[in-house]
Ligand binder design. Structure first.
Ligand code: IPE
Ligand code: IPE
Ligand code: MG
Length: 249
């Protein structure tokens, strides 16, 4: 079969199957994409942001309910100052320029991560986006920003410890559900599938708790090259998996 024909078939297939309700993506490989082209890293991040736009539109079209994108980890502050500046600049640009269109697409924008270290102007853009799109009933787009799963879990543990100390709950009452209700976005169901681009096969501190029964899909494609067809392929791959949750199928 010709490559183009095969690509069409994959896209058509993804169109007819029920998409996963919640897709989470570790968007990796911007740096390597730029390096391969002898371009500065920022060019890779810029192209990566364009891919976010396409990916959101496609997930909306397919009827995905939640799309979580790992945009900046709590460890990414360790990168060179210039790169962090470029990433924050692109983020601002994205938030400034995309809100209108996201709103028109009925997308609800949400955020997970620690807001303390983000600049006041970014926090303002985040709050504005949450407020502006808060009533939208379409795709929920969750941006993980300054996000680290271990500190999210520690935050939950601290809050529960305080509640026990103050006598509001007893330690024995704490169960998985109560614990999860102290994570960043407790109303959002766990991801069905976690996709990581660029060939790396690790979570890098992403959704450690929420990934308990997620399907993992690792693809070689670098994030700036990820497109509608790559998404369709991942959805088709997800549909081949048998999810057992520890029980007999
Ligand atoms: C992902 O691309 C973007 C962020 C982590 C913000 P990278 O910048 O990690 O790309 P590689 O891994 O260096 O290729
Ligand atoms: C994970 O990618 C974070 C994001 C995609 C935002 P990294 O490129 O930072 O992960 P490591 O350092 O390779 O584990
Ligand atoms: Mg990387």
């Amino acid at each position: 079969m010709l490559v183009a024909e095969e690509a069409n078939r994959v896209t058509e297939l993804a169109d007819v199957v029920t998409p996963p309700s919640h897709i989470a993506i570790i968007m990796d490989g911007n740096g390597r994409w730029a390096k391969k082209r002898l371009l500065p890293k920022v060019a890779g991040h810029r192209k990566g942001a364009e891919v976010v736009r396409k990916c959101v539109r496609e997930c909306s079209r397919l009827g995905v309910k939640y799309l979580t994108l790992y945009a900046f980890s709590s460890e990414n502050w360790k990168r060179p100052e210039d790169e962090v500046k470029d990433l924050m600049g692109l983020l601002k640009h994205y938030l400034n320029n995309e809100i209108e269109e996201l709103n028109q697409q009925n997308v609800r924008l949400r955020f997970m991560g620690a807001r303390e270290r983000l600049s006041p102007s970014i926090v303002e853009l985040i709050e504005n986006a949450e407020q502006k799109t808060g009533g939208n009933a379409g795709l929920q787009l969750i941006l993980a920003l300054n996000y680290g799963s271990q500190s999210e879990i520690v935050k939950a543990a601290r809050e529960l410890a305080r509640e026990v100390r103050d006598g509001r709950i007893s330690a024995d009452e704490i169960d998985e559900q109560m614990f999860a209700s102290h994570l960043y976005l407790p109303d959002i169901p766990d991801p069905d599938v976690i996709i990581r681009t660029s060939g790396e096969q690790r979570l890098s501190n992403f959704l450690l708790w929420q990934a308990a029964y997620a399907e993992f899909i690792f693809v070689e494609t670098l994030w700036p090259d990820f497109d509608e067809e790559s998404l369709s392929r991942a959805i088709c791959e997800f549909h081949k998996r048998e999810r057992r949750y520890g029980a007999r199928p």
